[in-house]
Design a protein around this ligand. Structure first.
Ligand code: SF4
Length: 322
């Protein structure tokens, strides 16, 4: 047979720490919780009225709670938040999970029972729970970040792809949350076995510094694409345009081997009729420094001055890392 439980007691169970209306009451409530937790698959029937917990309560007057209006409201709000109705039968484990997810994790517990005399206990436990979850999450980001930093040379893209997560670590480190978590740890409020490298003096700082150095190094060694689309001047005849395009192609492609850092350089002069540009430079450089050197290199400047600038009216350009 299912045991009767009033819905709001599902919330009380979450943070119960042995405080209650009388010794008799707390002994009884502690025993009920232990029994439920030992056999979480047992079925409970949800009832807006006195239940198994109320049995030893001094507020229970012959089956009626003296604070009935207040606790009835709690019950109804718990049912609503969990998507349940009075009379529903559900396993204790399932009900506990619903309360955790829909009320505690959703952060609405104090909206439901913030006027309860034990609210201060739940409030403090929720604060610790949030800190533990936050620290746990930041620890996993830190672990993964360190792993990707170790492998950054062999797998730079994997390292770069993790920068959004590393930014979260950076934001956490300079946030009020980090200071609060640190103080909570100092005050001995966090579980002893909680991994908390992120709260150490230099844990995150060292990782962020290392990340900065690696980012700079990778940036220096990343190849850069440099693409230009040109439109030739209108006054040129079709024959002149063909000759200019050929001249630009030979001039720029001929720079490979003369200008350091060019990985590849191609000029496409055979665009389809539907194009609205006349030719395209598609070049790749060893890194951003090589591209900077190319732009001022005398061999390149000579080609640009003699073969390109005089004949072009529109120049659109795109740079990107590869
Ligand atoms: S206060 Fe009311 S609802 Fe709470 S345990 Fe006592 S009798 Fe039950």
């Amino acid at each position: 047979m299912s045991r009767v439980l009033r819905p709001h007691h599902g919330m009380c169970f979450q943070f119960y720490e042995g405080k209650g209306y009388s010794e008799d009451f707390t002994d009884h409530m502690g025993r009920i919780i232990r029994e439920m937790e030992t056999e979480p698959s047992q079925i409970i029937k949800l009832q807006v009225g006195t239940d198994i917990v109320c049995e030893n309560c001094p507020n229970n007057e012959a089956g009626d709670c003296t604070t009935a209006d207040k606790v009835k409201k709690y019950d109804e709000e718990v049912l609503k938040a969990c998507g349940l109705v009075e009379g529903d039968e559900i396993s204790f484990a399932e009900f506990t999970e619903l309360v955790r997810e829909k009320i505690i994790d959703a952060g609405i517990r104090s909206d439901i029972c913030g006027d309860c005399s034990w609210d201060y206990i739940c409030r403090e436990k929720e604060r610790i729970l949030r800190a533990v979850r936050r620290i746990f999450k930041m620890e996993s980001i830190l672990d993964e970040a360190l792993r990707r930093m170790d492998d950054a040379e062999e797998a730079p893209q994997e390292f770069l792809d993790y920068q959004t997560e590393i930014k979260k670590l950076d934001e956490y480190y300079s946030s009020q949350d980090w200071k609060n978590d640190y103080v909570m740890d100092e005050d001995g409020l966090l579980p002893k076995d909680l991994k908390r490298g992120v709260l150490s003096e230099d844990g995150i700082y060292d990782a962020l510094e290392r990340n900065k150095e690696l980012m700079e190094r990778i940036k220096e060694t990343r190849m850069v694409k440099h693409v230009i689309l040109w439109t030739l001047k209108d006054e040129l005849s079709a024959e002149e345009k063909a000759a200019v395009k050929q001249g630009i192609k030979e001039g720029l492609e001929g720079l490979k081997g003369k200008v350091p850092g060019i990985v590849d350089i191609k000029v496409n002069i055979n665009g389809l009729e539907s194009s609205n540009a006349d030719l395209m430079l598609d070049s790749t450089f060893e890194n951003i420094e090589a591209l900077k050197g190319y732009s001022v290199h005398p061999e390149h400047v000579a080609v640009a001055d003699s073969k390109v600038r005089t004949y072009t009216k529109i120049r659109s350009c795109l740079y990107f890392e590869v």
